[in-house]
Design a protein around this ligand. Structure first.
Ligand code: GLN
Length: 307
């Protein structure tokens, strides 16, 4: 927090110096110009503002570079987020098999096991905070250090957070009543669709399905219950949870591959504080090790292929 304020002030004063420079340069040019002085000044103002935002960006980038170079020199590229020896991870434990609450009331699942394995590689303790999915991104950097929650990398989220290397490929599925004949994108037109609030399923139902009425739930399972009760016509949710729900409510619902409805592939990654390049490097190299030493495949077998 403190650092970015300092960077901003520094950028502003740099911009001020540059603005003065520009004004002086243009002042000289004005003598030979036929353009009215005030128009010229207005132009300069716009240029100076554009210059200011450029300077701010490059100053922040330069600062990030200096920081990582500094820690490299010290021999350990350790993020400040890990300085207390604890990685605080946010999740929404309503998304089996990636995260769910186990019989002891503790968050468990593929993602939880994966982030614990990452914590082990990094030599830090992992604490898991269970919260609403829609609050995860905005909590990164304050309540939590990072989030692992079957979270799809999207351009919109990238405006607020960075992502690790992707670790899993996904696609949205459509859950329908077992006897439904819906089979193409056109069949979804005008449907009342249940989704989990703030998820990619929500975005597809809202933005891509013509004439849809979207019912948002905090838990995917609540949307599925409403499908069974006839309150929604279908549920759009990620493949693996859809398959878990299909077997949980066997005979009542069916999960259909979203590719059939023209939904594109998605990738899950760990959401990270924006600009913490040291943390991204640490998490990515731990992830790489976990893939290389067979741990990742074991977790897939234990949590995902067991469904
Ligand atoms: N993959 C979806 C998304 O990122 C859903 C994630 C979830 O519900 N945990 O929006």
């Amino acid at each position: 927090m403190k650092k970015s304020v300092v960077a901003r002030l520094f950028a502003m004063s740099l911009a001020a110096v540059m603005t003065m420079g520009l004004l002086t340069a243009c002042g000289g040019g004005n003598a030979a110009s036929t353009e009215p002085a005030d128009t010229k000044e207005a132009d300069t103002q716009v240029e100076a503002e554009a210059e200011e935002s450029k300077t701010e960006e490059s100053t922040e980038a330069a600062e990030a570079e200096t920081e990582s170079a500094g820690t490299e020199e010290a021999g350990a590229e350790v993020s400040e987020a890990l300085a207390d020896g604890v990685l605080t991870v946010g999740t929404n434990a309503e998304f089996p098999p990636f995260e769910y609450v186990d019989d002891n009331g503790e968050p468990d699942g593929f993602d939880i096991a994966l982030i614990k394995a990452i914590g082990e590689k990094l030599g830090v303790e992992v604490t898991v905070e269970n919260m609403e999915f829609a609050s995860l991104v905005s909590s990164i950097g304050s309540k939590i250090d990072v989030s692992i929650a079957g979270m799809t990398v999207t351009d919109e989220r990238k405006e607020s957070v960075d992502f690790s290397e992707p670790y899993y490929e996904a696609v949205q599925y459509v859950i329908l009543p077992a006897d439904s004949e819906a089979a193409t994108a056109a069949d979804l037109t005008g449907m009342t669709i249940g989704v989990q609030l703030g998820t990619t399923g929500d975005f597809i139902a809202t933005d891509d399905v013509e004439g849809s009425v979207v019912q948002q739930y905090n838990k995917g399972v609540d949307a599925v219950n409403d499908l069974i009760n006839g309150r929604v016509d279908c549920v759009i949710i990620d493949k693996n949870p859809a398959l878990v729900f299909e077997s949980k409510f066997e005979g009542q619902i069916k999960a259909v591959d979203g590719a059939q409805f023209e939904f594109g592939a998605e990738e899950y990654a760990i959401a990270l504080p924006k600009g913490d390049t040291a943390l991204a490097a640490q998490i990515n190299s731990a992830l790489e090790e976990i893939k290389a030493d067979g741990t990742f495949d074991e977790l897939v077998k234990t949590y995902i292929e067991q469904e």
